[in-house]
Design a protein around this ligand. Sequence first.
Ligand SMILES: *Cc1c(COP(=O)(O)O)cnc(C)c1O
Length: 360
Amino acid sequence: MIPVAKPQIDEAEIQAVTEVLRSGMIAQGQRVADFEAAFAEYTGTEHAIAVNSGTAALHAALLAHGIGKGDEVITSSFSFIATANSILYTGARPVFSDIEHETYNLDPDQIAEKITGKTKAIMPVHLYGHPADMKAIREIAEDHKLTLIEDACQAHGAKYNGKKVGSFGTGAFSFYPTKNMTTSEGGIITTNNAEVAEKARMIRAHGSSQRYLHEMLGFNLRMTDICAAIGLVQLGKLDDYTAKRQYNAKRLTEGLQDIEGISCPTIKEGCEHVFHQYTICSSERDKLAEYLNQNGVGTGIHYPITIHRQPLYQELGYTDTLSESEKASREVLSLPVHPQLTESEIDTIIDNIRQWSEDK
Ligand SMILES: *Cc1c(COP(=O)(O)O)cnc(C)c1O
């Protein structure tokens, strides 16, 4: 089976972790500080605050911006559940706005009508590694004095008009093993706002900036030096990984673009797509997935149920109709695009889809 995701851990990561373990300093320490400095530099932001998951990064980012009970945050329903759950954790209410068909990202034209007197923030998701329309979304945020929090958990290194995502507002990244780079579990917040950075650091450590002095309610969201050591090595390889993903995506599109009934991912002008997922769209998605799985090609569905249709959100009373999000949840199919894919595996994926299309 060609897996849909495959984290790459080499001798360098093993060496780096071993060094930390031998040092005896295994919780948050110098490696975390080094990783934060390196990641801030990579994204072109002034501050980076490492935490123990992407979910924690979203949660702490919202809290650091003072978002809580009574507030509304506009986001996408076509995302991983953590996007909206992080808003629920703060006591605020996620308000879902529909996506654009082309990129599966928030449609800027539909955001304004969701803004109420309670709206405090917009949280676009750079889904699959394709940047959301940051020019339009940032303009809406500025016009209405709203905070911009980017869910960049799938978009390490993606660029919009030459600028890396996570640097437009406050960014949140995940380092889960299937993401474009990993620390095992882990996440990071990026921001140019010194006050938000300081608050996020406090929230990460029980509301404390000084040992045993607690000024606010915080959590234990710390990253360990073991994880940061992996992250430092992975960050050094990220651009190579990305180039490989982009090459694999190009090969897949060349092989698939003329097949009827399938649409390949598009890249909007001014955007650099980092292909966390290579996601095609077909009205016969389930049949195609079954065929591919039977023939040794792993696939993924990101995501089969929109967030507002999840039982949790149904129970919370969400009754939205978001036609593009719901259509996408029925039609998307992610194919393997990870950096370890071989030329012959790419050919196998293409040949199988071609065969399926001819047979049906
Ligand atoms: C992975 C992911 C998250 C959560 O990250 P974790 O590290 O798994 O907590 C949030 N949002 C999106 C869009 C993701 O893909």
